[in-house]
Design a protein around this ligand. Structure first.
Ligand code: ZN
Length: 150
Protein backbone atom coordinates (compact mmCIF):
# COMPACT_ATOMS: atom_id res chain seq x y z
CA UNK A 1 0.00 0.00 0.00
CA UNK A 2 2.88 2.32 0.80
CA UNK A 3 4.23 1.90 -2.72
CA UNK A 4 0.87 2.65 -4.26
CA UNK A 5 0.64 5.76 -2.15
CA UNK A 6 4.06 6.91 -3.38
CA UNK A 7 3.14 6.27 -6.99
CA UNK A 8 -0.04 8.26 -6.53
CA UNK A 9 1.86 11.16 -4.99
CA UNK A 10 4.54 11.10 -7.66
CA UNK A 11 2.21 11.02 -10.65
CA UNK A 12 -0.08 13.71 -9.25
CA UNK A 13 2.87 15.94 -8.35
CA UNK A 14 4.46 15.47 -11.75
CA UNK A 15 1.27 16.32 -13.65
CA UNK A 16 0.42 19.28 -11.41
CA UNK A 17 3.90 20.78 -11.77
CA UNK A 18 4.32 19.98 -15.46
CA UNK A 19 0.79 19.76 -16.82
CA UNK A 20 0.52 18.15 -20.26
CA UNK A 21 -1.41 19.88 -23.05
CA UNK A 22 -1.46 23.07 -20.97
CA UNK A 23 -2.25 25.55 -23.75
CA UNK A 24 -5.09 26.80 -25.88
CA UNK A 25 -5.62 24.94 -29.14
CA UNK A 26 -5.67 27.69 -31.73
CA UNK A 27 -8.23 26.09 -34.05
CA UNK A 28 -10.40 24.55 -31.35
CA UNK A 29 -14.10 24.33 -32.18
CA UNK A 30 -15.47 23.48 -28.72
CA UNK A 31 -14.59 24.80 -25.29
CA UNK A 32 -16.01 25.18 -21.80
CA UNK A 33 -15.13 26.88 -18.55
CA UNK A 34 -15.47 25.07 -15.24
CA UNK A 35 -15.39 26.51 -11.76
CA UNK A 36 -15.22 24.85 -8.36
CA UNK A 37 -15.99 27.62 -5.83
CA UNK A 38 -15.34 25.29 -2.89
CA UNK A 39 -11.63 25.17 -3.68
CA UNK A 40 -11.20 27.99 -6.20
CA UNK A 41 -10.29 25.71 -9.09
CA UNK A 42 -10.85 27.24 -12.50
CA UNK A 43 -10.34 25.43 -15.76
CA UNK A 44 -11.04 25.87 -19.45
CA UNK A 45 -11.08 22.78 -21.66
CA UNK A 46 -10.43 23.18 -25.40
CA UNK A 47 -11.40 20.58 -27.97
CA UNK A 48 -10.89 20.06 -31.64
CA UNK A 49 -13.73 17.74 -32.57
CA UNK A 50 -13.99 16.13 -35.98
CA UNK A 51 -17.43 14.58 -35.89
CA UNK A 52 -17.11 12.15 -32.96
CA UNK A 53 -13.33 12.09 -32.83
CA UNK A 54 -11.33 14.12 -30.32
CA UNK A 55 -8.51 15.18 -32.61
CA UNK A 56 -6.97 17.46 -30.02
CA UNK A 57 -7.64 18.36 -26.40
CA UNK A 58 -5.99 20.86 -24.09
CA UNK A 59 -6.69 22.97 -21.02
CA UNK A 60 -5.73 26.12 -19.18
CA UNK A 61 -6.53 27.17 -15.66
CA UNK A 62 -5.46 27.55 -12.11
CA UNK A 63 -6.23 25.53 -9.05
CA UNK A 64 -5.00 22.91 -6.64
CA UNK A 65 -2.65 20.07 -7.52
CA UNK A 66 -5.49 17.54 -7.72
CA UNK A 67 -7.57 19.51 -10.24
CA UNK A 68 -4.55 20.32 -12.38
CA UNK A 69 -3.18 16.76 -12.37
CA UNK A 70 -6.64 15.39 -13.11
CA UNK A 71 -7.03 17.73 -16.11
CA UNK A 72 -3.55 16.93 -17.36
CA UNK A 73 -4.06 13.16 -17.17
CA UNK A 74 -7.51 13.52 -18.74
CA UNK A 75 -6.09 15.26 -21.82
CA UNK A 76 -3.40 12.60 -22.29
CA UNK A 77 -6.00 9.82 -21.96
CA UNK A 78 -8.52 11.23 -24.45
CA UNK A 79 -6.49 12.45 -27.41
CA UNK A 80 -7.61 10.58 -30.55
CA UNK A 81 -10.44 8.90 -28.66
CA UNK A 82 -14.11 9.21 -29.59
CA UNK A 83 -16.66 11.23 -27.63
CA UNK A 84 -18.28 7.88 -26.79
CA UNK A 85 -15.02 6.78 -25.15
CA UNK A 86 -14.94 10.11 -23.32
CA UNK A 87 -18.44 9.52 -21.85
CA UNK A 88 -17.42 6.03 -20.79
CA UNK A 89 -14.23 7.33 -19.13
CA UNK A 90 -16.25 10.10 -17.47
CA UNK A 91 -18.72 7.64 -15.92
CA UNK A 92 -16.02 5.32 -14.64
CA UNK A 93 -13.86 8.14 -13.31
CA UNK A 94 -16.66 9.93 -11.46
CA UNK A 95 -17.89 6.65 -9.95
CA UNK A 96 -14.34 5.84 -8.87
CA UNK A 97 -13.60 9.15 -7.12
CA UNK A 98 -17.01 9.10 -5.43
CA UNK A 99 -16.34 5.54 -4.27
CA UNK A 100 -19.52 4.38 -5.99
CA UNK A 101 -17.95 1.86 -8.32
CA UNK A 102 -19.58 -1.50 -7.85
CA UNK A 103 -17.74 -4.71 -8.58
CA UNK A 104 -19.15 -4.86 -12.08
CA UNK A 105 -17.24 -1.79 -13.16
CA UNK A 106 -13.87 -2.53 -14.69
CA UNK A 107 -11.51 0.32 -13.85
CA UNK A 108 -8.53 -1.20 -15.67
CA UNK A 109 -9.38 0.70 -18.83
CA UNK A 110 -8.84 3.97 -16.99
CA UNK A 111 -5.10 3.27 -16.98
CA UNK A 112 -3.13 5.95 -15.16
CA UNK A 113 -6.33 7.71 -14.17
CA UNK A 114 -6.69 5.03 -11.50
CA UNK A 115 -4.25 7.02 -9.36
CA UNK A 116 -7.26 9.14 -8.36
CA UNK A 117 -8.88 6.15 -6.69
CA UNK A 118 -7.61 7.43 -3.33
CA UNK A 119 -9.55 10.68 -3.72
CA UNK A 120 -12.70 8.98 -2.41
CA UNK A 121 -11.12 9.12 1.06
CA UNK A 122 -11.13 12.92 0.83
CA UNK A 123 -14.69 14.12 0.06
CA UNK A 124 -13.56 17.75 -0.31
CA UNK A 125 -11.21 16.72 -3.13
CA UNK A 126 -13.81 14.78 -5.13
CA UNK A 127 -15.01 17.98 -6.82
CA UNK A 128 -11.42 19.00 -7.59
CA UNK A 129 -10.72 15.69 -9.33
CA UNK A 130 -14.01 15.58 -11.25
CA UNK A 131 -14.15 19.27 -12.30
CA UNK A 132 -12.08 18.75 -15.49
CA UNK A 133 -14.39 15.88 -16.48
CA UNK A 134 -17.60 17.86 -15.98
CA UNK A 135 -16.02 20.70 -17.95
CA UNK A 136 -15.10 18.26 -20.71
CA UNK A 137 -18.72 17.10 -21.01
CA UNK A 138 -19.88 20.70 -21.24
CA UNK A 139 -17.31 21.32 -23.98
CA UNK A 140 -18.45 18.28 -25.98
CA UNK A 141 -22.11 19.22 -25.69
CA UNK A 142 -21.77 22.93 -26.38
CA UNK A 143 -19.49 25.06 -28.45
CA UNK A 144 -19.09 27.48 -25.57
CA UNK A 145 -20.09 25.99 -22.23
CA UNK A 146 -19.86 27.08 -18.62
CA UNK A 147 -20.31 24.97 -15.51
CA UNK A 148 -19.96 25.25 -11.76
CA UNK A 149 -19.78 22.42 -9.25
CA UNK A 150 -22.07 24.32 -6.86
ZN1 ZN B 1 -9.17 21.91 -5.85
Amino acid sequence: MEELHDLYQELVLDHSKNPRNFKKILNCNHSAEGFNPLCGDQITVYLKLEKDLIQDISFLGSGCAISKASASLMTTALKNKTTKDAFSFFNKFVQMVRGENNQGTNLESLGKLQVFKGVKEFPVRVKCASLPWHTLLAAIEKKNGKISTE
